[in-house]
Design a protein around this ligand. Structure first.
Ligand code: 5GP
Length: 218
């Protein structure tokens, strides 16, 4: 009996974690960009993955900061070289998440945020199910979403119509997400996403427990 007690006294419980992937998706214009910027300010250790895209650069975007802007030929070569963790065609353009940098961040216990669409989200979840959490941000109403799209003034009417069509298709996939958050009040939305980060990092799927026994009692 005493021997067992002495042995147990030497146990040390260690938890090791890998970095986690938080996918944040949402309708175009829902405010994902603002939510992500604020989350990165609050969590400077998190890494935002910069996607590759064949879409034309907007006047307010910087190459290498918002996206890596490449032509279709380059993008297709990258697909063939297996350089993407996932890729998809969204609103008639190619978009993809670079693989090696994302995986190296995870290995180094750095959490990664991906701003990608539903097709990409489902690919990442199926490749790294225990290390991926899918969060979908929805607007309170369709009218509010349209107001935000008109206000940001970066798309013409045709492009807005394409984005609405994409949103209508995406609605069918929202249930594949782990969490749905409403962006009605921006601060509340950010707080809720941050809570999800915290809970997911504590999940038993993410935490690896190892037990060591030292000679001396701890
Ligand atoms: P935007 O052109 O407005 O920046 O983005 C359009 C859509 O493409 C958004 O829903 C955004 O989340 C998605 N997107 C951006 N980067 C990627 C990516 O690397 N992969 C996928 N699958 N979607 C992306």
């Amino acid at each position: 009996m005493q021997e067992l007690i002495d042995f147990f006294q030497t146990f040390k419980f260690n938890i090791t974690t890998k970095g986690h992937i938080f996918v944040i998706s949402g309708f175009s214009g829902v405010g994902k960009g603002t939510v992500i910027k604020e989350l990165l300010k609050r969590n400077p250790n998190m890494y935002f993955s910069i996607s590759y895209t064949t879409r034309a650069k907007r006047y307010n975007e910087i190459d290498g900061v918002d996206y890596h802007f490449v032509d279709k030929e380059t993008f297709k070569k990258m697909i063939l070289n297996d350089e993407f963790l996932e890729w998809a065609i969204v609103n008639e353009n190619f978009y993809g998440t670079p693989k090696s940098i994302t995986l190296s961040k995870i290995e180094n216990n750095i959490d990664v945020i991906l701003d990608i669409d539903v097709k990409g989200a489902i690919q990442v979840k199926s490749k790294l199910p225990n290390l991926t959490t899918l969060i979908y941000i929805i607007p309170p109403t369709g009218k509010e979403l349209l107001n935000r799209l008109y206000k940001r003034n970066t798309e013409n009417l045709n492009e807005i119509a394409t984005r609405i069509t994409t949103s209508l298709i995406e609605i069918n996939y929202i249930n594949a997400y782990d969490y749905i958050v409403v962006n009605d009040d921006l601060q509340k939305c950010i707080d809720e996403v941050e809570q999800i980060f915290r809970v997911q990092k504590m999940s038993s799927k993410v935490q690896l427990l190892s037990i060591t026994a030292s000679k001396e009692a701890e």
